[in-house]
Design a protein around this ligand. Structure first.
Ligand code: SF4
Length: 134
């Protein structure tokens, strides 16, 4: 890939988090495409390109429950979602109220905000919990 005129290009540094080596990459965005410098493997190039075009992340948070002893249940998304959709997804997550004693690995909510991604429990609720709040 050739270099365009400097006036037509933008540069950004991206730290690769795909493995512990943590390569610091320079991404050059040009009219002709994206060039990645400093990646030691193809995974890094793919990561850098996705960070520029559409950064994706797993989301970890908690949801509200009806159980007085465990009012919040930790959850994570079943896959990465675009960072730009986090506000919309978090709004939907705030509406969730868990009414059963879910366990780690259970699905707390399906297809969250139409993303095709489920919300998976990373913690559990003891079966002997009171439901004093609701
Ligand atoms: S570019 Fe490759 S070697 Fe470097 S941190 Fe990313 S995955 Fe690891």
């Amino acid at each position: 890939m050739g270099y365009d005129n400097d006036y037509d290009s933008k540069k950004k540094e991206v730290l690769c988090i795909r493995c512990p080596k943590g390569c610091l990459m320079r991404v050059i965005m040009q009219k002709s495409g994206i060039e990645v410098i400093g990646a030691k493997c193809e995974n890094g190039i793919t990561y850098a390109e996705s960070e520029i075009i559409c950064p994706m992340r797993l989301l970890t948070t908690t949801v509200q429950t009806v159980f007085s002893g465990q009012p919040r249940l930790p959850v994570k998304t079943s896959g990465e979602i675009p960072l730009s959709r986090f506000p919309e997804v978090l709004r939907k997550i705030r509406e969730i109220l868990v009414r059963t004693a879910l366990q780690p690995g259970d699905i707390a909510a399906k297809d969250i905000a139409g993303s095709g991604i489920h919300l998976i429990c990373t913690g559990g609720i003891d079966n002997d919990q009171d439901t004093a709040f609701y």
